[in-house]
Write a protein that binds this ligand. Structure first.
Ligand code: SAM
Length: 286
């Protein structure tokens, strides 16, 4: 396990992932009844962008950095800002006005958005990252921390007691068969809990892996799957095309409309070349 999210925190993939995550949580709060967020690949929870690791790649500057600049320059249309707000406010609340030194990982976004009746389960396998996660989240009464393989946890912890909630699956894609593991574990989890919202993040290095994932999930009985992808294009012509996407199973009915509204602006804001694009599609019907 070599992957450390500190090198990538706040990058373009995080921007898409965390906007989706925050809007799903906001939607779940429309009902008073409690819900649970189960974050299977938690990382360390929050990230110091002034750290040597984050500075080394500077990936956040091409992601959250661009969105914050647009916000400061008041260039975000109001309708788009409403979609970004649940995510953006977690960032502005953590940082001094006009600066960004700290970026919230998915656990911190959940922690900041959850109400007192809601609960958060975080699993992380890497021993050092788990220690840091414990340091950042230990003692939080709403949060349960478990050092465990996410693929095992997905088969064991569902359905949650609350019977409502979000399962965020955000693997590191270090191992070759990660897409297959994702498909198997999601299908198994879905069989145990078909009404939960599942948000699966993936890099789009080979579109065939993504296609196989959607076909595999469909063949295993998964219904109501929304797919979103955002690419900022190539930094230079000799670079590979970089893109990332998410599958959202049982998305809130408002999510497609929200993304439809935000993605054209967001793609332009994050674009590194004129090849930037987004896709938004209901891949499996209800
Ligand atoms: N979700 C986090 C966020 O948005 O802030 C980032 C997670 S990062 C992409 C992936 C994390 O999964 C890494 O911290 C890595 O150590 C962890 N990881 C990798 N394989 C795992 C496994 N099988 N079970 C649990 N965690 C795993």
């Amino acid at each position: 396990m070599n992957y450390r999210h500190i090198y990538h925190a706040g990058n373009i993939g995080d921007v898409l992932k965390h906007i989706v995550q925050a809007n799903i949580i906001r939607y779940l709060q429309k009902k008073e009844a409690p819900f649970r967020v189960f974050d299977t690949h938690a990382g360390i929870g929050l990230y110091d962008l002034t750290s040597e690791e984050a500075q080394k790649t500077g990936e956040w500057q091409a992601g959250v950095g661009k969105v914050l600049t647009a916000k400061q320059e008041k260039k975000i249309p109001a309708s788009v800002e409403a979609v970004l707000a649940p995510w953006l406010t977690t960032i502005t609340d953590m940082n001094e006005q006009g600066t960004i030194t700290c970026y919230p990982g998915s656990p911190e976004i959940s922690r900041r958005l959850l109400r007192k009746q809601d609960r958060l389960t975080l699993t992380e396998l890497h021993p050092n990252d788990f220690e840091q996660l414990k340091h950042n989240f230990g003692g939080d009464k709403k949060t349960k921390l478990i050092q465990l393989d996410a693929w095992l946890a997905l088969g064991s912890f569902l359905p949650p007691r609350e019977r409502r909630g979000l399962v965020l699956v955000d693997p590191a894609y270090e191992v070759e068969d990660e897409f297959e593991r994702l498909e198997q574990a999601t299908a198994k989890a879905y069989k145990k809990w078909a009404t939960g919202v599942y948000a699966l993040w993936f890099p789009v290095k080979d579109p065939r892996s993504v296609k196989r994932l959607s076909q595999g999930l469909k063949a295993k009985g998964v219904k109501n799957l929304l797919s979103v992808e955002l690419s900022a294009g190539r930094i230079s012509p000799d670079q590979p095309m970089r893109s990332s996407g998410m599958f959202i199973i049982n998305p809130p009915y408002t999510l497609k409309q929200q993304l439809d509204c935000a993605l054209p602006w967001l793609t332009k804001c994050l674009a590194q070349s004129n090849e930037a694009y987004f896709k938004l599609e209901q891949l499996i019907p209800e």
